[in-house]
Design a binder for this molecule. Structure first.
Ligand SMILES: Cc1cc2nc3c(=O)[nH]c(=O)nc-3n(C[C@H](O)[C@H](O)[C@H](O)COP(=O)(O)O)c2cc1C
Length: 400
């Protein structure tokens, strides 16, 4: 049976060229068993008529906030409570901006404030509009609040340009909405993932960092979210979009990463971040001048976040990553032991490997008490799904 059976989907249609696809989306959601009610913005009505969506959904389409007739029937608060999910598709740049500001200037935006249901957006816009700094900032704000984004896809656009910003196809959106209601193996658990590099300041313009791109960690966060977990992603400076439904906390230094990790409780902690092991003892307040032929930087150890988490009073299931250029098994096993981890995922890095830092593919060798398992070279997305599968198994064993 479809996980959408009898679910109440409030479909918000906003003013974009993809609004014509909302008609098909209503049908897809209904076919999956959902009851659909439609709310349109003023902008949306320039692209598709309420009559079409009324005929397809079988319910009057709501377009006005200040509507005395509606307020005597299913008022806006009742509608917000009725929804099991609010899905805005297409979600225009303007709507995302209004949402990120918390505005209540039309019915759809007000419903988004008044609901306790999850909110999902399927953005659709010209690729420049999508890539604009303001839109990307809004994306960060919205995903940081737990609002999920489905898409956008990249490809040919109605305006003739090519790039990211196309709305996903209605069938894909309906399937993703259905997946949200499906119980996953990690439903009810919180997974914390750290990802990317840190930067340790030398002076106002220089820092010590490493080659970590964050790709593996972001893929792990996405796989955990897909498995139904609530995911908190502590991210160093990287240029990757936040996976849908993942709560992201940006950090820059090892010290900030430690503070962020200690704020949130979790059931499973997966440390993919390449946290700097050392930082300069002294952060120069002014730019260091090149007037010496040799310059010695004194470094001090940063706090070992993984060991701190693994030795805390309430220890989550702890997974470490070991990126090594030599003696992979030995280093990984001694790290597993020394830090008291539940599992370690070891991978080769450096010049002579296909996978590793900043590559799209990777392979892992997992170790836990007395056992090991190889996950062969594949895309980081696929590898992350497999890793989450093994972590889920081991977590269940530990807590049965
Ligand atoms: C022909 C045309 C097509 C448009 N297509 C889009 C679009 O695909 N995505 C988008 O974000 N805005 C698009 N816009 C701009 C929005 O319609 C405009 O920002 C509007 O105010 C959105 O209102 P709403 O977000 O309240 O629905 C388009 C405008 C025009 C004139």
């Amino acid at each position: 049976m479809s996980a959408l059976k009898d679910k109440h989907v409030l479909l918000g249609v906003t003013g974009g060229i993809a609004a014509y696809k909302s008609a098909e989306l209503v049908r897809c959601l209904q076919r999956a068993g959902a009851e659909v009610r439609v709310v349109m913005t003023q902008g949306a009505m320039e692209f598709i008529t309420p009559l079409t969506l009324q005929a397809l959904s079988g319910h009057p389409v709501r377009t006005e906030l200040l509507d005395s007739e509606a307020e005597s029937g299913m008022d806006h608060i009742a509608l917000a409570r009725w929804a099991d999910i609010i899905l805005a598709a297409p979600a225009s740049a303007n709507f995302m901006s209004r949402l990120s500001e918390g505005r209540a200037d039309d019915l759809l935006a007000t419903l988004c404030l008044a609901t306790s249901a999850p909110i999902v957006l399927a953005p659709a816009m010209n690729q420049q509009m999508w890539l604009a700094e303001a839109t990307q900032h809004n994306v960060q704000v919205l995903t940081g609040r737990g609002i999920r984004l489905f898409g956008p896809a990249a490809g040919e656009q109605a305006c003739g340009e090519v790039g990211p910003g196309r709305m996903l196809e209605p069938e894909q959106i309906a399937r993703q909405v259905e997946a949200l209601f499906a119980e996953g193996p990690l439903t009810g658990l919180t997974v914390m993932v750290t990802a990317g590099p840190t930067r340790e300041a030398i002076d106002p313009v220089r820092y010590i960092s490493n080659r970590s791109s964050g790709k593996m960690g972001f893929a792990v966060a996405q796989a955990a979210a897909e498995a139904g977990a609530r995911v908190v992603l502590i991210s160093g400076p990287v240029s990757i979009a936040t996976p849908p439904g993942v709560e992201r906390v940006d950090i820059e230094t090892a010290e900030q990463a430690l503070a962020a990790v200690q704020v949130h409780e979790c059931d499973i902690f997966i440390a993919t971040a390449a946290i700097s092991d050392y930082r300069p003892v002294l952060e120069h307040q002014q730019k260091i001048k090149k007037d010496q032929s040799n310059l010695v930087l004194e470094l001090e150890r940063t706090t070992d976040i993984l060991a701190t988490v693994a030795s805390a009073e309430k220890t989550p299931f702890t997974v470490g990553f070991a990126a090594e250029t030599e003696n992979l098994d030995d280093y990984a096993l001694s790290k597993l032991e020394a830090k008291g981890l539940d599992m370690i995922a070891a991978n080769w890095v450096g010049e002579n490997t296909e996978g590793g830092f900043d590559r799209e593919i990777n392979a892992l060798k997992l170790f836990w008490k007395g056992e090991s398992k190889e996950l062969p070279m594949t895309s980081k997305r696929e590898l992350a799904r497999k890793l989450i599968g093994v972590v889920t198994e081991r977590y269940r064993q530990k807590h049965q």
